[in-house]
Design a protein around this ligand. Structure first.
Ligand code: HEC
Length: 106
């Protein structure tokens, strides 16, 4: 009987960890592994595109770029540049994360 109780308590602890605590841990570790597009853009792109990505000089606003360009088009500009926009400022997974985030800015 005692053993059964122990199994029950232990069992529900695992269950709780999987549903509650486990979820938080997953989100946090995913943050470490997956580059944060917003953070990268706020570091690498504001010099030209403005502190709020609102556009500045000849650099257009990026805070609504998702309404003009698709994620693939944004990634293309990031990788290859366009006119006065230099390509390769951010690369690989970072570039993809930035493009993904910017595509949601409408
Ligand atoms: C050296 C200044 C500079 C930096 C840094 C810069 N940009 Fe740009 N960006 C520009 C300019 C200038 C344009 C306009 C290009 C044109 O006239 O075609 C532009 C255009 C763009 C466009 C096209 C927007 C549209 O509406 O068509 C995207 C997307 C873009 N930049 C993304 C980024 C991202 C993401 C970063 C950061 C990784 C970044 N830029 C950093 C100067 C810059």
């Amino acid at each position: 009987m005692k053993k059964a109780m122990l199994t029950l308590v232990f069992g529900s602890a695992i269950f709780l960890a999987a549903c509650g605590g486990g979820k938080t841990t997953t989100t946090e570790s995913a943050k470490d592994v997956t580059p944060n597009g917003e953070e990268i853009a706020m570091k690498s792109c504001i010099v030209c595109h403005g502190g709020e990505l609102q556009g500045q000089g000849n650099a257009p606003a990026l805070n609504d770029v998702g309404s003009r360009l698709t994620e693939a088009e944004i990634l293309d500009v990031i990788n290859n540049g366009r006119n006065a926009m230099p390509g390769g400022l951010v690369k690989g997974a970072d570039a993809e994360a930035v493009a993904k985030w910017l595509a949601t800015q409408k």
